[in-house]
Ligand binder design. Structure first.
Ligand SMILES: C[S@@+](CC[C@H](N)C(=O)[O-])C[C@H]1O[C@@H](n2cnc3c(N)ncnc32)[C@H](O)[C@@H]1O
Length: 218
């Protein structure tokens, strides 16, 4: 599947996509993310959903310190970088075509002592899942990955494969179309799902999903 440009019609949003780099500040770190919309489309720009989930982590929404985390559809890697800065061990994944760009952003933004804590790896939803052991991850993160209807079954299958009883899934998204609601319905069929945060300025929701009843201590 090609990395197709994303259909987002708001003029302001489109202008942001064409900026060649964007700067963020999380946990006393300045993070400079390279973008390349023209060459790599959706995977090479930072989406609001990633920024909102990073902010939620910074606010203490969930403590990832010392935990094992996998990020799906990482794009430029901002969320995975922030999770690593927070003290998690992070497997940052995307499709093969996005990996070189992702890796360069991750390397450029992590201090040498934290580089070993972040691993960039291919994970195309639904494919070669045996490369990832169920139960290896305490948290699964995904920002703006609910948008392609043809990937919904594979994405859900990937979440089911990776998730053990203790795994917490955090998905941030803008609900743009009815099909996005359909994915949430599919998710609710397999997991216990709760909205834990909504950012009205960007219209981004954060959903927490778990196999079993939510644990109060996470
Ligand atoms: C809208 S972008 C979000 C990128 C990043 N998470 C962010 O919020 O800035 C969607 C991401 O999902 C990835 N993606 C799309 N289909 C995928 C698939 N079948 N398997 C794995 N990743 C996929 C794209 O390559 C892209 O990086």
């Amino acid at each position: 599947m090609a990395l197709v440009p994303y259909d987002d019609t708001a003029v302001g949003a489109l202008q942001k996509l064409h900026i060649s780099s964007s700067t963020y500040h999380f946990f006393n770190h300045t993070i400079q993310i390279k973008q390349n919309w023209k060459q790599l489309g959706v995977a090479a720009v930072v989406w609001d959903a990633a920024v909102v989930l990073c902010t939620y982590l910074e606010m203490g929404g969930i403590d990832l310190r010392g935990h094992s985390v996998i990020e799906l559809g990482a794009g430029t890697g901002l969320l995975g970088i922030v999770a690593t800065l927070l003290g998690a061990h992070v497997t940052i994944t995307d499709r093969e075509a996005a990996l070189a760009f992702l890796e360069s952003n991750v390397q450029a933004n992590l201090p040498p002592d934290l580089q070993p804590k972040a691993v960039v790896k291919e994970l195309t939803w639904g494919r070669d899942l045996m490369n990832f052991s169920p139960g290896d991850f305490d948290f699964i993160l995904g920002a703006d990955i609910i948008y392609l209807e043809e990937t919904f079954v594979d994405l859900l299958w990937t979440l089911e494969h990776l998730c053990s009883e203790h795994t917490v899934i955090l998905l941030s998204c803008r609900i743009r179309y009815e099909r996005d609601q359909n994915f949430l319905k599919m998710l609710k069929g397999q997991f216990s799902v709760h909205e834990v945060h909504y950012d009205p300025s960007s219209d981004v929701h954060i959903f927490k999903a778990q196999r079993s009843a939510p644990k109060e201590d996470l």
